[in-house]
Design a protein around this ligand. Structure first.
Ligand code: NDP
Ligand code: X2W
Length: 310
């Protein structure tokens, strides 16, 4: 019998994209709630408890409530796409490429916390350098990023696309998270293996899907002898042997006049770049992804497949 999958929040932005990715699959059976009943707690409870894997695509509070609904039922495994459990030690963090053991941890877990979109880029750049001893304790890391507006879910999509929305947003590009307390900072710190919280400055552009995450670094403040080439080599070594996160060759990055935020729209991969000038004292590390691909729905389906294979 095919394993049963229930996407709680299937009519929202992340849930819909997971459904699209699962369309046509015969190896799983999708349990579904009509859109009009999406907040019907009794129906959700039934569906959640009838699933082999429940994928939660809900706001944090609703995710916590859903986990409560299945907590006594060991037959149900959970992938949560919200921020609620990402630094909870009882949950496996769903970034399979972040180190060599992570895919196995996800495969064996009952509870998997899907990473945030910005943290996927930031951790993807930072963690290998911490693990290799290149980025020292105390380094003042900054993370600057731009996301497509679907990152803000149904509400922001309406604000960006509907000029008659009462809180319509007309800016083509805006900064937010200005108090520097964004909910992704704890996750970047813990899974980035940082001893000091990064300064995180997110922004949104007038495009639906896509994301650039930047981590600029001063080479003089890294481990002695670190160069642009040695940082690149550490990233290449870290991501060897898999095909989702790729490190763009230095020879190719050198020729690029710009990075296009929407280049990976609709894809579930992530590209990492090391920019700078050979022999100079600064580098800019850049991650390029789709906020709804490797940043959310694509990663959730990847994690589901790892769990189903175990
Ligand atoms: N969008 C993105 O790029 C990313 C999103 N995420 C996370 O994924 C989760 C879902 O986000 P997203 O898809 O963007 O959000 P959306 O607002 O687009 O969708 C959320 C869905 O959940 C439903 N919902 C809300 N509250 C409840 C409830 N109490 N019971 C049942 N259903 C409920 C909503 O219904 P209704 O229409 O009635 O509000 C809606 O269908 C969030 O935790 C978000 O932080 C993570 C990574 C990236
Ligand atoms: C553009 C935008 O608003 N983005 C969202 C993050 C999207 C995401 O990654 O969701 P999680 O918080 O569940 O990780 C934000 O900054 O809150």
């Amino acid at each position: 019998m095919a394993p049963k999958i229930f996407i709680d929040g299937e009519h929202g932005t992340t849930g819909l994209q997971i459904r699209t990715r699962m369309a046509g699959r015969r190896d799983v059976e999708l349990l579904s709630i009509p859109e009009a009943e999406r907040r019907n707690a009794a129906m959700r409870q039934d569906m959640l408890n009838g699933a082999d894997i429940a994928i939660l695509c809900l706001p944090d509070d609703a995710s916590k409530e859903a986990v409560q609904m299945v907590s006594a039922n060991n037959n149900v495994r959970v992938i949560d796409t919200s921020t609620a459990f990402r630094v909870n030690p009882g949950w496996a963090y769903g970034f399979a490429e972040m180190d060599k053991q992570q895919a196995d941890k996800i495969a064996a877990a009952r509870f998997v916390a899907n990473p945030g979109c910005y943290p996927t880029g930031a951790i993807g750049l930072i963690r290998p350098l911490r693990a290799a001893g290149i980025l020292p304790d105390g380094y003042p890391v900054t993370v600057n990023a731009v996301s497509g507006y679907t990152g803000g879910g149904k509400q922001m999509i309406a604000q960006m696309e509907n000029p008659d929305h009462p809180d319509t947003i007309t800016a083509p590009h805006f900064l937010y998270g200005l108090p520097l307390t964004h909910k992704h900072v704890p996750e970047m710190t813990v899974h980035g293996l940082l001893d000091r919280a990064p300064i995180f400055s997110p922004s949104v552009g007038k495009f639906a899907q896509g994301m650039i995450v930047q981590v600029p670094l001063h080479l003089d403040d890294l481990a002695e002898g670190t160069t642009m080439e040695s940082i690149h080599a550490a990233l290449v070594a870290h991501y060897a042997g898999q095909d989702i996160v790729s490190v763009v060759p230095l020879a190719e990055s050198k020729t690029l006049p710009r990075v296009n935020a929407v280049e990976l729209e609709g894809k579930d991969t992530m590209k990492l770049f090391v920019f700078g000038t050979a022999g100079a004292s600064q580098v800019n590390l850049v991650a390029l992804l789709d906020n709804l691909g490797k940043g959310a729905s694509g990663a959730a389906v990847q994690n589901m497949d790892l769990m189903l294979a175990s």
